[in-house]
Every structure is written in structure tokens, then in C-alpha cells.
Write a protein of this length. Structure first.
Length: 158
């Protein structure tokens, strides 16, 4: 097979990029006054002759687009993920900035506290007999006070 001429190489690239065969023929071969029928016939002839090269060019373009898209996605994801220090810095900036609304400031404080467990309830172990003794103590005091006719407000101070 003869080497591919620069015009034909341009035709292959243009068809691989999505141009019609007749448009690619007109642009690559530089014959702008070509009739539509002649452009279609000549474009079809070149497309048949270089079908394998066109297919290879399409595959190369697909791979380039795929790699570029993958790289862009990875870059976007890397840029979107904040480190823990960056999150803390953003939250502190929101809490300290005078332009931040009170609602946004409260949300930032809440998120900051959640990150460090400040909003978590304190869990304490209570033994059942201590609870029963405490309950009896409260009930006993209440019964004693009711029996004596005194209330908490009129209990004399010693």
C-alpha cells in the first residue's frame, strides 16, 4: 500500500472526528467547488480505502477522551475531598466570621461539636440498689413532710 498523503490523513482524522465523508473530502482535499454528488462519491471512495485507518483513529480518539475524562474525574474528586484539618478550618472560619448569619454559625458549632463528641450524652452506670435507696429516701421525706403538715416552703431553717 502507498503511503497516506497529508490530505488523505486529514480526511481520515476529520471523518474520525465526526464529519461526514463529503464534508471531510471537501475540507481535506481543498476542492470547495465540488458538487454535492461528487463530494459524496469521492468521500465514500476514500472512506472505503481507509476504513481501517479511520476505525483506528476513532479508537485512538475514544481512548484519549476516556483518559482525559478519567483524569478530570479523579482531579475533581481529589479537589472535592477536604482533609480533617481543612474541615476544622472552614468550621472555625464560619464560627468566627462576623458576616456569618447566626443560623449558619449555630450549624457550624453543632457540626464542630459533633466531630469531637461534645453533643454526646454522658453515660453513667447506676446500680439498681442505689436507685431504690434514693427513691425510698425521696418518698420517705415526702411522706414525712406530708405527715407533719409542713411543705418545703415553710420548713423552718435550723
Amino acid at each position: 500500500m502507498k503511503p497516506i498523503t497529508p490530505n488523505h490523513q486529514k480526511f481520515i482524522e476529520q471523518v474520525a472526528n465526526g464529519l461526514t465523508q463529503s464534508d471531510a473530502y471537501e475540507l481535506s482535499c481543498g476542492k470547495k467547488g465540488v458538487s454535492k454528488t461528487t463530494g459524496q462519491v469521492k468521500g465514500c471512495q476514500l472512506a472505503k480505502r481507509y476504513a481501517l485507518q479511520i476505525q483506528n483513529a476513532i479508537e485512538r480518539h475514544r481512548q484519549v477522551v476516556e483518559r482525559t475524562a478519567d483524569a478530570a474525574i479523579v482531579k475533581t474528586i481529589k479537589n472535592a475531598i477536604l482533609t480533617q484539618n481543612e474541615v476544622d478550618a472552614v468550621l472555625c472560619e464560619l464560627m468566627m466570621n462576623e458576616k456569618t448569619t447566626n443560623g449558619d454559625r449555630l450549624k457550624a458549632i453543632d457540626l464542630y461539636n459533633k466531630r469531637f463528641g461534645s453533643n454526646e450524652a454522658i453515660k453513667q452506670q447506676i446500680q439498681s440498689n442505689t436507685l431504690i435507696e434514693f427513691t425510698h429516701e425521696i418518698i420517705g421525706n415526702t411522706i414525712t413532710q406530708e405527715g407533719s403538715g409542713q411543705t418545703e416552703t415553710d420548713t423552718p431553717a435550723n
